[in-house]
Write a protein that binds this ligand. Structure first.
Ligand SMILES: O=P(O)(O)OC[C@H]1O[C@H](O[C@H]2O[C@H](CO)[C@@H](O)[C@H](O)[C@H]2O)[C@H](O)[C@@H](O)[C@@H]1O
Length: 242
């Protein structure tokens, strides 16, 4: 990693959008065991204070799942931005469900490929294949056939995961939405993320005059890079120290 790609430090006047898995928390084989890097919870809370509250964790995770893993003093945007939880808000009573044909189709597909697992996030479904990466291509092709037959749904590829999500579940749309409200409005948006779903968010922050930080390897719209969740935490810490 060269110095040229090290991002400018977070500072007052910005609005920070931070992805969770792979950005604030190291990836794990089991999504249930994932946690913020050590020390990140108080760090995020202090940084949010410094930004007058304009800090959101934005994730593909179910909103209640995300809310269990990050401080409740932060904005939390779950299900790829479909659900928005303001600071202090408690768990949602959610009744949303993906269409039955989608649930049945992906559950059936998972049964054909031992090692895969369907994560049910209400309207969004994730088919995990971290335990059998050799089947990724076949699973993607089969999942596309199932998802493309359901109106209003599309496939979102990610790290060892294939998700079926409604068209409104898009990190870019969510960022545009919250940037219209306080405490975000009028600030320079900055986003850090590691996966394909974050590219929608990157496109939005760039369009709104901000900048994006890609975590790890891979093609990206982002002009800046950090190597790992620990490097992200160090960058945020430096921003507070400034
Ligand atoms: O937007 P994110 O916060 O990055 O969430 C994206 C997905 O993260 C989770 O899956 C990913 O992380 C798991 C835990 O490290 C890993 O096992 C899996 O292979 C990754 O795809 C989460 O389970 C999904 O619901 C999120 O959409």
């Amino acid at each position: 990693m060269t110095n040229e790609t090290y991002p400018p430090l977070p500072e007052k006047g910005q609005a920070l959008f931070l992805d969770f898995d792979g950005t604030l928390a190291p990836l794990q084989d089991d999504p249930d065991t994932v946690a913020l890097v050590d020390g990140a919870a108080p760090l995020l809370a202090r940084l949010a204070d410094r930004l007058d509250g304009a800090l959101a964790v934005i994730s593909g995770r179910d909103i209640d799942d995300l809310a269990r893993r990050v401080p409740d003093t932060l904005w939390r945007l779950g299900n790829h931005g479909l659900n928005i939880m303001a600071p202090g808000a408690a768990a949602l009573t959610r009744t949303d469900m993906a269409p039955a044909e989608l649930r049945g189709g992906l559950t059936g597909l998972s049964a054909d490929y031992p090692g895969t697992k369907v994560e049910n996030k209400g309207s969004v479904l994730a088919l995990h294949y971290r335990a059998c990466p050799q089947h990724g291509e076949a699973l993607l092709a089969a999942a596309r056939r199932i998802v493309d037959a359901v109106e209003g749904y599309g496939v979102q590829s990610g790290k060892m995961v294939i998700e079926a999500k409604p068209s409104g579940a898009n990190k870019g749309l969510a960022i545009r939405e919250v940037m219209k409200q306080q405490p975000f409005a009028g600030r320079v948006p900055v986003m850090a993320g590691d996966d394909v779903t974050d590219e929608d968010g990157f496109a939005a922050v760039l369009d709104l005059g901000g900048f994006a930080v890609k975590v790890g390897e891979g093609e990206s719209l982002a002009a800046y890079r950090l190597a790992s969740p620990q490097a992200v935490a160090d960058w945020l810490e430096k921003g507070i120290a400034e």
